[in-house]
Design a binder for this molecule. Structure first.
Ligand code: SER
Length: 425
């Protein structure tokens, strides 16, 4: 069975051969981009090359780059636990910055390319290099001043792909990250019913008001979900059975309990290790709070599976061992362990008391208002975070409705104002 380590290499070599400069993953904490809290896409570190504020030839010796980027997305955080959602993932990508010099897939030089080369190479990599079969592709169908992407349609037909679906803005127009930046129509490649590779043709710049302006020169930004690709290649039931999670799974196999909990543990622990390796600490602010949130949820599920801190330590080591050759920043076990343990040891106490009280007071038959009030009480009197209460409610199939949420928020806001007044004397 082909391993993830080999695939990373195959991908980078394929594009290196075709004139791309290999660029390391940027940090999960964006360096020069206030528009987002964390790095969510491979193109983020290249934004200024699309707008020509920076010169790719000067910095990379090529208008082509390729990378394997660490990404962290919070949009689906509550979905983690099902078969396919993740917070942290890796994305394999190739990029071209304008002007287009030659859009010929046989040109292995270093000039800018566009749709033809991008689509041909994606097809070649998947079908020839990896021996996979493309199920179908999608293209942008045209909407709101952005026309149907006829070029991509023709290129796919020329290659011999017959199933090509036209989709709208929601599915086939990507970006920008944050509130402004390069963006454009996309063509997506599906393998075994799964969207695996997204090829974005950055032709526009969206400003803060949502207006689209044509970029001076178009570029290419592709991103292939590594976990999904490995699932298809290794023919596993879900992404969690791929070798990317193998060392963690082996440890978790010794514990009985719901698979959903194990997936949350695998995702959240792996994500935390990577975030901490990039210098993040848990806190109550912005990105630090994202880390705090996933660490707390991790602890909740560790508890339910009765996994102790010794085993947790083994799991941290297992992640580092699996990934440190490719991501050397992970080779920092003592620090990573300390940050995780410090946070969890403090929260463990809160969680013990909070859980006890939760079980005592939540009956499942209370009104929406009462539920909002109880969650607020658990927060103010026991420090039980609202996300944890919500997670516990979800597990017991108790609906925390919009109304309950509003009641909670109102009480919370009142509480916040009072505390502030008290603080200010
Ligand atoms: N930026 C696109 C994505 O994140 C393609 O890389 O899907």
């Amino acid at each position: 069975m082909i391993k993830s380590e080999e695939i990373r290499e195959l991908f980078l070599n394929f594009f290196k051969k075709r004139g791309h400069t290999i660029v390391n993953s940027s940090s999960l904490i964006p360096v020069d981009d206030p528009s987002v809290l964390l790095t969510t896409a491979g193109m983020q570190q290249f934004k200024k090359y699309y707008t020509r504020e920076k010169d790719p030839l000067k910095d990379f010796g090529s208008q082509r780059t390729a990378s394997i980027q660490k990404c962290f997305r919070t949009t689906d955080i509550d979905e983690v636990g099902d078969e396919r959602h993740l917070t942290f993932f890796e994305m394999l990508g190739n990029f071209s910055f304008g002007p287009v010099i030659n859009d010929d897939p046989l040109d292995f030089g270093n000039g800018g390319y566009f749709k033809k080369a991008a689509i041909y190479w994606a097809h070649e990599f998947l079908t020839k290099e990896l021996g996979l079969k493309i199920d179908y592709t999608t293209i942008f169908g045209g909407e709101k001043n952005v026309p149907l992407d006829e070029d991509s349609l023709k290129i796919w037909q020329e290659i011999g792909i017959n199933k090509i679906e036209k989709r709208g803005r929601e599915d086939n127009f990507w970006g920008p990250t944050g509130d402004e930046g390069p963006c454009g129509p996309t063509t997506e490649i599906y393998l075994e019913g799964i969207e695996v590779w997204n090829l974005v043709f950055n032709e526009y710049y969206q400003d803060k008001n949502g207006n689209l302006k044509k970029l001076e020169f178009p570029g290419v930004d592709t991103g292939m979900g590594f976990e999904r690709l490995m699932k298809v290649l290794q023919k596993t039931e879900t992404i969690f059975e791929t070798d990317l999670f193998e060392p963690l799974r082996e440890i978790l196999d010794n514990f009985s309990g719901e698979i959903r909990r194990k997936r949350i543990i695998m995702d959240h622990l792996r994500g935390s290790v990577f975030l901490i390796a990039d210098g993040l600490f848990p806190s109550n602010l912005e990105r630090g709070y994202i880390l705090r949130r996933i660490l707390r949820r991790l602890l909740l599920h560790l508890r339910f599976l009765e996994i102790n801190f010794d085993v947790l330590e083994k799991m941290i080591k297992a992640i580092i061992e699996k990934y440190k050759a490719f991501y050397p920043e992970l080779d920092n076990f003592d620090k990573i362990k300390k940050v995780i343990f410090d946070e969890l040891q403090v929260f463990n106490e809160t969680l013990n008391k909070g859980l006890r009280e939760f079980n005592k007071i939540i009956k499942g038959n209370e009104s929406e208002e009462a539920l909002g009030e109880k969650v607020f009480y658990l927060y103010t009197s026991y420090g039980l975070p609202v996300e944890i209460s919500k997670e516990l409610l979800r597990e017991q199939e108790i609906n925390f409705s919009q109304k309950a949420e509003e009641v909670f928020k109102q009480l919370f806001e009142k509480h916040r104002l009072i505390s502030k007044k008290e603080e200010n004397g």
